[in-house]
Ligand binder design. Structure first.
Ligand code: 2HA
Ligand code: ZN
Length: 270
């Protein structure tokens, strides 16, 4: 059996959490990541039959029954993941229709998965229906996107169009746009269900006055989506109070669609 600390998925998870912290998106215990793994990936690195603890999830997710997730722990700091991955991360398998999670590795201090586990699992289920290759859900508190939710309308089309107009690459990276939830109480099944609903039509979901969710086929895609949207929000926060002289026109957006083979969200361009 190989040491799980040498597993490429674990190394990439640690690097990603570290990088997100370095970007200032995950102060204190802010943010959480979940990465879906196959039994084949997991079994090389541990005994998948040896259950350390069984933890109730507080929700059901029948579509995810039997799936494995590497996930950040509740109350844990991204800053510390690289120094103690076995304390700050856990590997769980969902059973009983997703109502229970078997802990197979990690959370060695007696901890458990993130308080946002419902939003993560429900989002995984939603994204898998859109793209069976989806593996990652990522939540964080990117400074400029958060700031933007205080000064910009939360209308999804308007919010998306503003971000697209801030950098040429935006429409190429997230042609599906960003969906937006109003402020809601975090850590609940309700915000989980609302997030999953929004994940049906976009890989980025803003939580107003809180942060952002991103989904992707791997950690790089989810990180890159968030990075690109946050960059656009940074430009917006630098220029929002200044007279706008130039922009990227819808005609130019259509040129980008053609050049990069992407299709902007239906009805979002004129
Ligand atoms: O886990 O970011 O939304 C800390 C959070 C909760
Ligand atoms: Zn948060």
């Amino acid at each position: 059996m190989k040491d799980i600390l040498t597993a490429p998925f674990l190394i990439e998870m640690v690097r990603t959490a570290t990088n997100m912290y370095a970007h200032g998106w995950d102060e204190r215990n802010g943010g959480n990541i979940s990465l879906m793994l196959s039994e084949d990936e997991v079994k090389e690195y541990g005994d998948v039959k040896r259950v350390l603890r069984t933890i109730p999830t507080g929700f059901s997710a029948p579509d995810l029954d039997g799936k494995y997730f590497l996930v950040t722990g509740t109350g844990k700091y991204f800053k510390n993941v690289q120094y103690a991955p076995d304390v700050n991360l856990g590997l769980v398998k969902l059973i009983d229709g997703g109502t229970n999670a078997q802990l197979l590795w990690g959370f060695t201090d007696g901890g458990k998965f993130t308080s946002e586990f419902p939003a993560h699992m429900m989002s995984h289920a939603a994204r898998l229906k859109v793209n069976p290759a989806n593996r990652v859900v990522m939540h964080c508190h990117p400074t400029n996107l958060l700031a933007m939710t205080y000064v910009h309308t939360l209308d999804e089309k308007a919010f998306t169009r503003t971000l697209w107009q801030m950098c040429t690459e935006c429409i190429v990276v997230f042609p599906d746009g960003v969906n937006v939830l109003p402020w809601m109480l975090c850590g609940t099944n309700e915000i989980g269900e609302a997030t999953a609903e929004k994940m049906k039509t976009a890989r980025l979901v803003v939580w107003a006055q809180h942060g952002l969710y991103g989904a992707g086929v791997d950690l790089d895609e989810a990180f890159g989506l968030i990075e690109t949207a946050e960059k656009a929000a940074e430009i917006y926060m630098k220029i929002a109070h200044l007279p706008l002289v130039n922009t990227i026109t819808d005609e130019e957006m259509h040129l980008l669609e053609g050049r990069f083979g992407v299709k902007a969200r239906e009805g979002y361009l004129s």
